[in-house]
Design a protein around this ligand. Structure first.
Ligand SMILES: NC(=O)c1ccc[n+]([C@@H]2O[C@H](COP(=O)([O-])OP(=O)(O)OC[C@H]3O[C@@H](n4cnc5c(N)ncnc54)[C@H](O)[C@@H]3O)[C@@H](O)[C@H]2O)c1
Length: 260
């Protein structure tokens, strides 16, 4: 039987992340849950951070046989990130992997956009990645090993209206990734970004909607709507030992829409 590309994945048997401790932000649903579960299947223990309690994600992590905790914080708020930093460290005594996934992607007409909304979208999508990197990179440096994976977006390469604040933030994510990669390379820490396509996550349903999700799928080389699990292979690779000589890069895993 033939499958469309990307639909033939079976459950992984790799233990590429055995013994690693991973922080995944935005882990109460969508990509964050899928990433957490795949990292756990590959051997990692999971710290699931979100505005909401990520209880379902952590229950599933424990069913896989890995350890996990959920911590709640608004990652756009430096004081709330500070408040969870000791708890993240206390969970296993160290942090090896950070997946900066939390984000929002509202469409905003630039004529109506005010500065407060602009700042809010930058804070959640970009400031949070800086704050979380600062919170964990000291632990990575102590062990001379670390992997930071930042979620960007393929919308950076498209002509989509009403995305000024979101694309500015995600463009910032790519620049942040490149610059941080330079500064952390001497400590054995790699920093890379992933660009997903419009996908049928809870956020995709809320911010994008079925009609546009379908229209985007039609523009892709692989003509089906992206799902939460379509991103996990790229994130797992970038957070593994296999990624030791690759840093500052942006990997586009979007069904072949944006070509770089
Ligand atoms: N789904 C898509 O179509 C798509 C496409 C390209 C890029 N992305 C990016 O992927 C990432 C995840 O998207 P998703 O589709 O899984 O979204 P989602 O809305 O389904 O899940 C995002 C999670 O982040 C959490 N979150 C939001 N703001 C937060 C904050 N201030 N502090 C802590 N947690 C917060 C939410 O509670 C939620 O659980 C985002 O960075 C998004 O920009 C998504």
């Amino acid at each position: 039987m033939r499958h469309a590309p990307g639909q033939e994945r079976s459950m992984p048997t790799t233990s590429s992340h055995s013994g690693r401790v991973a922080v995944v932000t935005g882990a109460a649903g969508g990509f964050g849950t899928a990433i957490s579960l795949e990292l756990a299947r590959r051997g990692a223990d999971i710290i699931a951070v979100d505005l909401k309690a990520a209880e379902d994600t952590i229950s599933a992590v424990r069913e896989i046989g890995r350890k996990g905790i959920t911590l709640q914080a608004d990652l756009a708020d430096p004081e709330q990130v500070e408040a969870i930093t000791a708890d993240m460290r206390a969970f296993a005594g160290r942090i090896d992997i950070l997946v900066n996934n939390a984000g929002i992607f509202p469409f905003r007409n630039v004529w109506e956009l005010d500065f407060a909304e602009w700042k809010r979208i930058q804070s959640i999508n970009l400031d949070s990645q800086f704050l979380m990197a600062k919170a964990v990179m000291g632990s990575m440096r102590e062990n001379s090993w670390g992997r930071i994976v930042n979620l960007a977006s393929n919308s950076l390469g498209l002509t989509v209206p009403d995305m000024v604040p979101y694309m500015a933030a995600k463009g910032g994510v790519v620049g942040f990734t490149r610059a941080l990669a330079t500064d952390l390379a001497p400590y054995g820490i790699t920093v890379n970004a992933v660009c997903p396509t419009a996908s049928s996550t809870p956020g995709g349903q809320t911010f994008i909607g079925d009609e546009v999700l379908q229209a985007v799928a039609e523009m892709q080389a692989i003509k089906r709507v992206g799902s939460a699990t379509d991103i996990v292979g790229a994130v797992c690779f970038l957070s593994s030992d296999d990624c030791a000589f690759m840093t500052g890069q942006t990997l586009v895993a979007d069904g072949g829409l944006m070509r770089v």
